[in-house]
Design a protein around this ligand. Sequence first.
Ligand code: NAD
Ligand code: UFG
Length: 332
Amino acid sequence: MERILVTGGTGYIGSHTIIELYKKGYEIDVMDNLFNSKITVLDKIEEIAGKKPNFYELDLLDFEGMDKLFSENKYDLVVHFAGLKAVGESVEKPLKYYENNVGGTINLLKCMKRHRVKKIIFSSSATVYGEQPTPKLDETMPTGMGITNPYGETKHVIEEILKDVAESDPEFQVVILRYFNPVGNHPSGLLGEDPNDIPNNLMPIIMKVSRGEIKELNVYGDDYPTPDGSGVRDYIHVVDLAKGHVAAIDKMEPGVLIYNLGSGKGTSVFEMIAAFEEASGKKLPYKVVGRRAGDLAEIYADPSKAKKELGWKTELTVEDAMRDTMCYLNNL
Ligand code: NAD
Ligand code: UFG
C-alpha cells in the first residue's frame, strides 16, 4: 500500500485528513514542528482510527533534517498542509510568512526531487482568487490579482512554483486544492481546531466566546451588500474537506489538477451565529464593529469541477458542523 508523508499532520485539517486516509489503508508518516498544534493529537488519531502515524518533529526550513527523513523513508506521495495561516500576522510579519510557507515548500520540493517522490497534494485557498466580478468562484478564473495579504500571496506563489515544477518534469503529479472556509470537527469530538495562537477566524473565535475566554464576538460589518449585511462565506465541514483529499489522490495523473473544495452555498456571519446558538442552546454575545480590512463581502465556491472529475461533493451542513463543534467543546 502507498506510503504518504503528511506535512502539518498534527494540525486541524491534516489530522482530520489522516483519519480518512487510514480508512483507505494508506501508511502514514507525519512531520510537523508543532508550532500550531499538539503532539497529543496523535493519540486522538489512534483512538479514532486504531492506528498512529510515525511522527517526526521537524521544521520545513530544516533542509538537512528533511533530506534525512526522505533518505530514510520511501514515500509515494506528499500531502502538504504545513504552513502558517494567520492573515493578520502575515501583514505584520510578511518575511516570516514568505520564508516559512514559500521557503519551506521549496525545501520540500527539493527533497522530493532528490529522492524521486513525484506526487504532491497542496493545501491552497480561495484567497488566491482575490477580488472577482462575481461571488461564485470557479477554477477557470484568473488568480493572483487583488490578493490583500502576504498569507494569500504565499498560496498564489506556491501554486505557480508547483506549476513550474510540473512543467519541468513530465512525471510530476500535482493536485492543488483550494479550500473555502473549513469548520467543524470529527463527530467523535476528539479532534478539533485547537490553535496554539490567538485565532482570527470566525469559528475558533465563536468557540472561545462560548467558553468565556473571549468576552464577545466582533462582527466585522453589517453594511455589506448581502441579504443581512454581514459577510458571506462558503463554510465546509472539515470531514468533507478531508474526504476531498482522498478523492484527489485517486485522480492523480502527470501534470497539475486544480479543484475548489467548497459546498457551493454561502452563509452569513449572522446565520453562523444563529446556527451556533441553536446547537449550543445559549445566546452568543456579539457586537457589530467596522469592516475588517481586506475582507470581501461575499464569496462561495463553484464546486462542480470537483463533483464531475473527483466524484466528490459535500455531504455535511453548517448545522452538522455546529453539532460536532459542541461535541468537541463538551469534551474539553
Ligand atoms: P494548522 O495551523 O492547524 O496546521 C498547520 C500545521 O503546520 C501546524 O500543525 C503547524 O505546526 C505546522 N507547521 C507550520 N509551519 C511549519 C514548518 N515550517 N514546519 C513544520 N510544520 C509546520 O492549519 P490548518 O487549518 O490545518 O491548515 C492546513 C493548511 O491548509 C495550511 O497550509 C493552511 O494555509 C491551509 N488552509 C487553511 C484554511 C483554514 O481556514 N483553516 C483555509 C485555506 C487553506
Ligand atoms: N468574521 C467576523 N468576526 C471575527 C472573525 C471573522 O465577523 O472575529 C467574519 C469575517 O469578516 C468574514 C467571516 O467572518 O466575513 C469569515 O472570516 P474568517 O476570518 O473566518 O475567514 P476568511 O473568509 O476571512 O478567510 C478564510 C481563511 C483564509 C483563507 C480565506 C479564503 O482564514 O486562510 O478564508 O477565502 F484564505
